[in-house]
Design a binder for this molecule. Structure first.
Ligand code: MHF
Ligand code: KIV
Ligand code: MG
Length: 289
């Protein structure tokens, strides 16, 4: 499903008011799962820039402005140092570059954990400054009260369970989750708590496949897997990983392309042409009349 909608801003006697943008909505995403079944999986990719959003938007149901931009764009060692300013600015760019997908923004570490009120202030700011439709936050049962607080006040929330990268200092790394019975049970409980709190969808990251399937069966809202299972109700990937742009990729990444090599080889060609004075050539120059 790669329908695109054109914004018609023309006015005439027959069409006195500009057509509204027709963007997918959060309820349409949630309602793709009917009685526990999602016929067509949801497609989500990360986007951090307007141009990236433009190119990805027609192919996706959701665009995620992930806090993975900390590593991918800013060269930070984890998502921990990512700020509200970064998230708001990149989210605004992604909204400007898209008109079809639902844009979801990650709440950065430190902006929502302390209290539901803090979370509301942060989420409201992200939505007001960017025009995005929803926020995502990491955590299960411990965040359920916060999720309910936001949803009741008009902010759609996507949950995120399993491998939650903002908890790297507690988890001690980015290893797969759900290998012990206790951990598996906790992940399913976390997802259920988020669903009951009103989350419209839940990212399930880095868990062993049986647990991803158990979570998908346990909740009525869609699950979006990353390193989880093809049986989830949708999938998400970091776009730069998919493109072969990021140097270190987890096992769950499929590199569909090798854009890093393309960029490197292109830069090498340009450098050579500059050095041998074949660039700029006649086509790139302005001649006198
Ligand atoms: N480019 C990128 N892609 C991501 O998927 C991603 C980010 N950045 N940043 C935020 C989090 C961090 N994530 C990560 C980061 C590292 C591994 C990783 O190294 N996994 C190893 C196993 C590590 C272990 O067992 O300790 C693997 O081989 O899958 C996994 C997920 C997922 N997210
Ligand atoms: C990997 C996805 C789910 C994410 O949270 C991010 O990109 O930050
Ligand atoms: Mg994230």
């Amino acid at each position: 499903m790669s329908t695109t909608y054109k914004l018609d801003t023309s006015t005439s006697r027959a069409n006195p008011t500009p057509q509204p943008m027709r963007r997918l909505t959060v309820p349409k995403i949630r309602d793709r799962k009917v009685d526990g079944v999602t016929e067509e999986p949801l497609v989500m990719l990360t986007a951090y820039t307007a141009r990236q959003a433009q190119l990805l938007d027609p192919h996706c149901d959701l665009l995620l402005v992930g806090d993975s931009l900390g590593q991918v764009i800013y060269g930070l060692p984890s998502t921990i140092p990512v700020t509200m300013e970064m998230m708001a600015n990149h989210a605004a760019a992604v909204v400007r570059g898209s008109y079809h997908s639902v844009v979801v923004v990650d709440m950065p570490f430190g902006a929502y954990e302390a209290s539901p009120e803090d979370a509301f202030d942060s989420a409201a700011r992200l939505l007001k400054e960017s025009g995005a439709a929803a926020v995502k936050l990491e955590g299960g049962e411990a965040m359920a009260e916060t999720v309910e607080f936001l949803v009741k006040r008009g902010i759609p929330v996507m949950g995120h369970v399993g491998l939650t990268p903002q908890a790297v200092n507690v988890l001690g790394g980015y290893g797969a989750r759900g290998r012990s019975d206790a951990e598996a049970e906790k992940i399913v409980g976390d997802a259920k708590a988020l669903e009951e709190a009103g989350a419209f969808a839940i990212v399930v990251e880095g868990v062993i496949e049986p647990i991803a399937i158990a979570v998908t069966k346990a909740v009525s809202c869609p699950t979006i897997g990353i390193g989880a299972s093809s049986q989830c109700d949708g999938q998400v990937l970091v776009t730069d990983d998919m493109l072969g742009m990021f140097e270190r990729v987890p096992r769950f990444v499929k590199r569909y392309e090798d854009v890093a090599t393309t960029i490197s080889e292109t830069a090498a060609k340009y450098a050579e042409e500059v050095r041998n004075r074949s660039f700029p050539g006649p086509d790139q120059l302005y001649q006198p009349k």
